[in-house]
Design a protein around this ligand. Structure first.
Ligand SMILES: Nc1ncnc2c1ncn2[C@@H]1O[C@H](COP(=O)(O)OP(=O)(O)O)[C@@H](O)[C@H]1O
Ligand SMILES: [Mg+2]
Length: 253
C-alpha cells in the first residue's frame, strides 16, 4: 500500500460505497402477466445506464422488480455479486438499492428538511449536508414539498435517494413534465452521483437525447426484451438503430 494509503472518507459525506448491479435471466411481471423475460442487465459502479423504450415496454416493472417491490419469477439480481432475495424490498434496501419512482413519492405536507430527515439512515449524512449538492433546496428548506415546483420536487426526490447512500440508484422518468433546462440540471446531478459517490445508476427515460447525453451506456427495452444496447455516444449518433429498436425490431446479428 502506498504511503498515503486509502483515502479516508469524512463520515458526513453522502454515500461513498461502490457496487455493481447485475440482473441475470430475469423474468418478471404484474399479477399473472409476464412483462419482461430472460433479461440481462449489467451496471458497473460509477456508471449510468439509460434504460429507454416506448410506453408499456416494461421499464417501470423492471425497476420495481430490481428494488424488490415486485417478485421476479426467474433469474437473479445481484448487488456486488450478492444475490438479493426476490420480492424483498427490505433486503434490496439493505443492499443499497434505492428507487426514485416516477410519481416521486414525496410526503407533500412535510417540509424539504422533514422529507430528508425521514429518509436518513443511522450513521449517514445529515440532511443539511445535501444542500452542497442541491443548493436550490437550501433556499426551500422549510417549505412543504407540495409547494415546490416540479423541478424542485424532483431535486428533493433525488436528494432523498442520495441521503440513503445508494449503491444502486434506480430513477424512473425523472424528466416527466419538466422543462428541458431543468432536466439537464437534474441529469448533471445524476452524473455527479455516479462519479462522486460511485453509485451504479439505471436511468429510465423518455427524453432519449438528454438521457444519452448523461449515460455511459444505454439499453432499449421493447415488449419486455432488450432489443438494442451499446455505448450511449454511439447510439446517439445512430438514430436509425434507435428508431428500429423503438419500433421493436431486433438488433441485426
Ligand atoms: N399496476 C399495474 N397493474 C397491472 N399491469 C400494469 C400495471 N402497471 C403497468 N402494467 C402493465 O405492465 C406493462 C409494462 O408497463 P410498465 O412497466 O409501466 O412500462 P413502461 O414503464 O415501460 O412504460 C404494460 O403492459 C402495462 O399495461
Ligand atoms: Mg414507466
Amino acid at each position: 500500500m502506498s504511503e498515503r494509503g486509502p483515502v479516508v472518507e469524512a463520515p458526513s459525506e453522502p454515500g461513498r460505497a461502490r457496487a455493481r448491479l447485475e440482473c441475470r435471466g430475469c423474468t418478471g411481471g404484474r399479477g399473472s402477466t409476464v412483462v419482461f423475460r430472460d433479461l440481462d442487465l449489467d451496471v458497473r459502479a460509477g456508471t449510468v445506464v439509460a434504460l429507454l423504450g416506448p410506453n408499456g415496454a416494461g421499464k417501470s416493472t423492471l425497476l420495481l422488480t430490481l428494488a424488490g417491490l415486485l417478485p421476479a419469477r426467474a433469474g437473479e439480481v445481484r448487488v456486488d455479486g450478492v444475490a438479493l432475495r426476490p420480492g424483498n424490498a427490505v433486503a434490496a434496501s439493505h443492499a443499497g438499492v434505492v428507487l426514485v419512482p416516477d410519481d416521486r413519492s414525496l410526503f407533500m405536507t412535510l417540509t424539504v428538511e422533514e422529507n430528508l430527515e425521514v429518509a436518513r439512515r443511522r450513521g449517514g449524512p445529515a440532511a443539511r449536508d445535501l444542500v452542497d449538492i442541491f443548493p436550490a433546496l437550501g433556499q426551500r428548506w422549510r417549505i412543504s414539498a407540495g409547494a415546490l415546483s416540479g423541478g424542485e420536487q424532483q431535486m428533493l426526490a433525488l436528494a432523498r435517494a442520495l441521503i440513503q447512500q445508494p449503491k444502486v440508484l434506480l430513477v424512473d422518468e425523472m424528466s416527466m413534465g419538466l422543462a428541458p433546462l431543468i432536466v439537464e440540471t437534474l441529469f448533471d446531478t445524476v452524473r455527479r452521483i455516479a462519479r462522486d459517490h460511485g453509485a451504479a445508476i439505471v436511468l429510465v427515460e423518455q427524453h432519449v437525447k438528454l438521457a444519452l447525453g448523461v449515460a455511459d451506456e444505454a439499453a432499449v427495452l421493447n415488449r419486455g426484451a432488450i432489443v438494442l444496447r451499446g455505448a450511449a455516444d454511439e447510439l446517439r449518433d445512430d438514430s436509425t438503430q434507435l428508431e428500429r429498436a423503438y419500433l421493436g425490431e431486433p438488433e441485426p446479428a
